[in-house]
Design a binder for this molecule. Sequence first.
Ligand code: ADP
Length: 194
Amino acid sequence: MRRGPARLVLLGAPGSGKGTQGAALASRLGLPYLSSGALLRRQAAAGTELGREAAGYLDRGDLVPDELVVALLRGALNARPSSGGYVLEGFPRTRAQAEELEALAPPDAAIFLAVPDEVARGRLERRAGQGRSDDAHREVVEHRLARFHDTAKPLLDFYRKRGILVDVDADAPPEAVTAAIARALGAGSRPSLG
Ligand code: ADP
């Protein structure tokens, strides 16, 4: 097992609570929190070249092409100390992205937040109107859920084979899910939350 601060990846459907849990874990562990969705939305809002290229995909709920996302995440990961940990949310989402991450800074644990689609839909409906345009349209939400199901299996298989996949039942209140993640990480030879 690699020594040093934890490197954690959060996987899950839209509405699975990746952002909530990512922020909670990062603050609890004192690690940098990187969210691919937030980074992409920031680029789009700032109107950078990358942001303009990504904007249509974000609006439709399509995956942004690997080369754009990888360039953005490479920059963000390289901006932190190379020996340091991270909590990464929303990346990787494809097998190619997972392989890039192995080359950049391989994770110690990939935490899969499992929720039924109906629960995810309900959460996104409640979040609609809080500013994210991709939450406000039902067809975009359905498209994001479908894209998640198209791409999840190869990613989960990739991390299961690596022996670092942690399955967590995310159909529970946020604090209970954080506690379940802490228990799961503490149980193995994985980074402990103390
Ligand atoms: P959610 O998981 O709820 O869809 P995110 O904020 O993680 O929310 O992602 C929002 C959008 O950003 C996605 O629909 C997609 O367009 C884009 N995106 C985020 N991360 C990636 C990624 N790793 N690869 C491709 N597109 C991404």
